[in-house]
Design a protein around this ligand. Structure first.
Ligand SMILES: Cc1cc2nc3c(=O)[nH]c(=O)nc-3n(C[C@H](O)[C@H](O)[C@H](O)COP(=O)(O)OP(=O)(O)OC[C@H]3O[C@@H](n4cnc5c(N)ncnc54)[C@H](O)[C@@H]3O)c2cc1C
Length: 394
């Protein structure tokens, strides 16, 4: 039976878990990582696609050997389209930074390869993850390996990087935590299609028919979304209907036409905002989606996972190397400041760009006023550019 005495047991091999493992390893700190999905399943799950400049710098400075610069694409802006009229944001002019289009599954492949090169243990496809003694200095994680063996990890700290549905968050006693939650009255109908990009940057489109996002994945695979009801059944929509709906939401006097192709995936993505505070209890620390989720409108989910780790990694290193435990004690307070900025931006983008079926005419007009306050103002544009490209840490 595999049994480990390690510094940090990391539950979850997503962006938060693997980036943390890598930063700890760089500082000579030992960790064991487990995930209940297989390497292949994670590598083929399509999720986030936009990396803040700070997330790219983190991949570079950690020495992950990411392919972001060779296979990703720098995006110097976005277009916001309002009833068919485009408003271009050029981030380098507005804020002196950019974002990168590089899919989350490719980031996972890079991070998993970096982890494998360290030779440190990573167990995919585990089952029956349990953790305990989190109020002690000897917490533990148990699981069953893919081969059916009992896996026992004794650690000084546990990091719950196990996403929004993992078991770690529930280990924090109910009377010591608060869960903040907001549900939106709509969802996104998302497609992956085999087509060239329709435009050089992402298009966020507000129209009277509702929101659409013309996003990208690579030079020959594109990701697009349109606002829909959360109970939509994707199977009743034909490809022709999907393309007609997307096109109708970007139609305008400039004659912009989407580049279409075979649809290879259809999904409905519900919209929720959630934050658990504090993001720590005893020897357990939460990072990424296990502590918070944002609606995807602001492209913040993966970037927030990295931002948590940029605070947590040095704090764990200081505590484990005996140079101070203050940063670790203050982890939640430091991390949640950025979390709430991202919640605010994601909420604001969502409310400004979507039509809410339950809202009155006043709210529809007001949200357009809010959007125009940004579009028509140099200060407003700089504000949006700063939020989108990511705030400095601290
Ligand atoms: C369908 C979808 C689309 C998204 N689109 C976008 C987008 O366009 N833009 C954006 O910014 N964000 C998007 N997100 C959010 C983004 O993908 C997440 O914010 C990001 O993955 C967070 O990383 P993480 O490491 O915290 O969690 P995750 O990537 O969820 O990783 C957690 C890991 O923990 C593992 N785990 C769970 N339970 C257990 C257990 N019991 N034992 C062991 N391991 C366990 C999981 O298998 C998983 O691999 C999307 C999310 C989803 C679900």
């Amino acid at each position: 039976m595999p049994e480990f005495q390690t510094d940090v047991a990391i539950v979850g091999a997503g962006p938060a878990g693997l980036m943390l493992a890598h930063l700890l390893h760089n500082a000579g700190i030992d960790s064991v990582v487990i995930d209940n999905r297989s390497h292949d399943e994670i590598a083929h799950t399509h999720r986030a696609g936009i990396l803040e400049a700070g997330s790219v710098r983190m991949l570079e400075s950690a020495g992950v050997e990411s392919r972001v610069h060779t296979e990703g694409h720098r995006h110097d802006g976005i277009d916001i389209r309002v009833n068919g009229t485009s408003h271009s944001f050029h981030f380098p002019d507005l804020i002196g930074d950019s974002v990168w289009l590089y899919p989350q599954n490719e980031i996972f492949v890079d991070l998993a390869a970096a982890r494998a090169r360290t030779g440190r243990p990573t167990y995919f496809s585990v089952t029956d993850t349990h953790l305990g003694d989190i109020e002690s200095e000897r917490p533990w994680v148990n699981a069953t390996t893919a081969e059916g063996e009992d896996l026992q990890i004794n650690a000084r700290y546990i990091v719950g990087a196990d996403g929004s549905r993992g078991p770690c968050r529930a280990m924090i006693p109910a009377d010591t935590k608060q869960r903040f939650f907001h549900e939106y009255p709509f969802a996104w109908f998302g497609i992956l299609c085999e087509a060239p990009p329709s435009h050089e940057v992402l298009i966020y489109s507000r129209s009277e028919r509702g929101f659409a996002l013309i996003s990208q994945r690579s030079s020959d695979i594109q990701r697009m979304y349109f606002q829909t009801s959360p109970d939509t059944d994707v199977d009743v929509w034909t490809d022709e209907q999907i393309w007609a709906e997307l096109q109708a939401r970007v139609d305008g006097p400039d004659g912009f036409v989407l580049k279409t192709g075979p649809i290879i995936d259809k999904t409905v993505l519900p919209f929720r905002s959630a934050v658990t505070e504090p993001m720590q209890h005893g020897s357990l620390f939460l990072a990424g989606d296990s502590a918070h989720t944002v609606p995807p409108t602001g492209a913040k989910g993966l970037n927030l996972a990295f931002a948590d780790v940029s605070v947590l990694a040095p704090a764990l290193i200081s505590a484990l190397q005996g140079t101070g435990a203050e940063a670790l004690a203050g982890y939640s307070q430091t991390a949640t400041k950025r979390v709430w900025k991202a919640q605010n931006f994601s909420y604001q983008m969502t409310r400004m760009l979507h039509t809410d079926p339950s809202q009155d005419a006043f709210e529809t007009k007001r949200s357009l006023g809010e959007l125009n306050s940004i579009l028509d103002s140099e200060h407003g544009r700089r504000y949006l550019a700063e939020c989108y490209t990511g705030w400095p840490n601290g």
